[in-house]
Design a protein around this ligand. Structure first.
Ligand SMILES: [Zn+2]
Ligand SMILES: [Zn+2]
Length: 196
């Protein structure tokens, strides 16, 4: 088992001073591209008006591996993330570069417990290469951001929105993810303000 350590690289402080401050931690589970983490941290700080820090990486989630499916169980990883106790933690977003599933579903792009402390996103299926297509880094980053905002939205207590352009609209496939914006619609933004 390889453990990847990552010091707190960057701290992005958003400028909303009205709300109670807390920190959203991005936790790589195993190896995750550093550029992507930095990109997500800066974008999420803007969207959630919270301090976003990149935390020390978790070890690769070998405990969650299901040999028969050749996938990793997201529930088990989420449970691990929930045990993290970091200073001023508001939310924890795990980033996993492994194909994840939850019992009853073929795969998941991400998972969150409603109003809970932790959520996670799975990266492999957000890449064009996964489908035999040509690599497109900016599209991959954009998809990762949308999934991250979506799952964090759930952990802030937001339900799926019926507006197909809203970031917390349910994505059944990547076309849905690509169609929606990376921001919440007006109504969801309002709800988020109340729940933060
Ligand atoms: Zn959702
Ligand atoms: Zn909405």
């Amino acid at each position: 088992m390889i453990i990847f350590f990552m010091v707190f690289i960057l701290t992005f402080i958003a400028n909303d001073t009205l709300k109670e401050k807390g920190t959203i931690y991005l936790i790589p589970v195993g190896k995750v591209n550093e550029d992507l983490l930095i990109y997500l941290a800066s974008q999420l700080a803007t969207q959630f008006s919270d301090e976003v820090k990149i935390g020390k990486a978790f070890p690769q989630a070998s405990y969650a591996y299901n040999k028969r499916r050749n996938q990793y169980c997201s529930d088990l990883i989420l449970r691990e993330l929930e045990t993290l106790d970091l200073e001023k933690t508001k939310k924890i977003l795990g980033l996993v570069d492994l194909d994840l599933y939850t019992p009853g579903l073929n795969f998941v792009f991400g998972q969150a417990s409603m109003g809970g402390r932790a959520c996670l996103i799975a990266l492999p299926r957000l890449r064009q290469e996964f489908y035999g297509l040509k690599e497109n880094r900016s599209l991959f980053y954009e998809r990762a951001l949308k999934e991250a905002v979506h799952e964090l939205g759930h952990s802030f207590g937001l339900n799926h929105c019926r507006n197909r352009k809203c970031v917390i609209h349910f994505s059944n496939c990547l076309a849905d993810t690509d169609y929606k914006k990376k921001e919440f619609c007006k109504a969801c933004k309002k709800k988020l303000l109340w729940r933060r």
